[in-house]
Unconditional design. Sequence first.
Length: 85
Amino acid sequence: MKKNITKSSSQDLDEAFDNGESVLGMAKKGGKVEVKSGTQKVNVNFPSWMVEALDSESDKLAVDRQAIIKMLINQALEARGYKAL
């Protein structure tokens, strides 16, 4: 069951988002809510044939290249027993 959250700490925001709850009411109008995303930027070089294949898949699914890369890596890691925290 989804519910609206009115707390504005980043921990509460993270928890609400992870639980599928609405986080729209947590941001104050004109203010910012800082959230620790848990992501890290990584630069990767791919051979051109792989970039072409990624672009072909992104066109088919109507999403950007980065989404395809994340999806494929996620599938490969989950197949090897890794799970997101």
